[in-house]
Ligand binder design. Structure first.
Ligand code: PEP
Ligand code: MN
Length: 267
């Protein structure tokens, strides 16, 4: 056995792993669309955004309560108050939610609300966090690090699987290309490669890869062509006023037309 990822790897003949969240099945034929604001900014605005993405056909909600921000002066998220708002949005829409676990000390509180626990790109190699995720009883969304190789990403998933949690969904979110700016580029090649190497479901976050609104829809469509099992899309009711990632957030109208475009894809 010289496969580096004994559990995450495809091995000889292991079939795709399906990660189930309520009625949703990540890794099967259905494309799962997760949408919502980058951060939970307040109850009314979040609930309106949740209603809008649900009406457009999103299957699941996103929204960060704890935000990893490049600058310590930027909005850091509402923390536990954000979790309370996510719980309210779940009750109202009936949709499951994904939100980030930034710090191990918040894991229990996040796991009480989240249906899918996000490990952000910056924490992809936070090994103590990965081991604790392995003990969590909820599925984990593992984002690829900003400059991580496929091997590093799959070995990070292996940490979670080895620690006892078999439910891991991978998320490609763009790779840092230019050391002089924060811009990323979506690595579409990683999709067929990961699907060949691994049995885990893999979704794509075109929002953080694009960094600008106009590129989100074309990248989302390309990601689906390249084999993504799902998409993670940032949507804000007034993108220009978003407290984090305003440039890349879609308006509800833009999200609706992306959903229409996805539905029009040839079978
Ligand atoms: C996010 O999805 O909220 C996020 C912070 O993404 P990433 O960790 O990929 O930068
Ligand atoms: Mn964001």
């Amino acid at each position: 056995m010289n496969e580096p990822y004994r559990l995450a790897g495809r091995g000889q003949d292991r079939s795709d792993l399906i990660v189930e969240i309520g009625p949703l099945r990540f890794g099967g034929p259905d494309l799962i669309v997760i949408a919502g604001p980058c951060a939970v900014e307040g109850e009314e605005t979040y609930l309106r955004a949740a209603d809008a993405v649900k009406a457009a056909g999103a299957h699941m909600l996103r929204g960060g309560a704890f935000k990893p921000r490049t600058s310590p002066y930027s909005f850091q998220g509402l923390g536990r108050e954000g979790l309370r708002i996510l719980a309210a949005a779940k009750r109202r829409t009936g949709l499951p939610v994904v939100t980030e676990v930034l710090d191990l000390r918040d894991l229990d509180a996040v796991a009480e609300v989240a249906d899918l626990l996000q490990v952000g790109a910056r924490n992809m190699q936070n090994f103590p966090l990965l081991k604790e995720m392995g003990r969590a009883r909820k599925p984990v969304l593992l984002k690829r690090g900003l400059c991580a190789t496929l091997e590093e990403w799959l070995l990070a998933a292996e940490y979670i699987l080895l620690a006892g949690n078999p439910q891991v969904v991978l998320c490609e979110r763009g790779q840092r290309q230019d050391r002089k700016s924060l811009r990323c580029a979506l690595d579409l090649e990683s999709l067929p490669a990961v699907r060949r190497l691994s049995r885990l479901p893999v979704i794509v976050d075109p929002s953080h890869a694009a960094g600008s609104r106009g590129q989100v829809a074309p990248l989302a469509l390309a990601a689906v062509e390249a084999g993504a099992h799902g998409l993670l899309i940032e949507v804000h009711e007034r993108p220009e006023a978003a407290l984090s990632d305003p440039q890349q957030s879609l308006s509800p109208d833009e999200f609706r037309s992306l959903m229409d475009g996805l539905r029009r894809r040839p079978a």
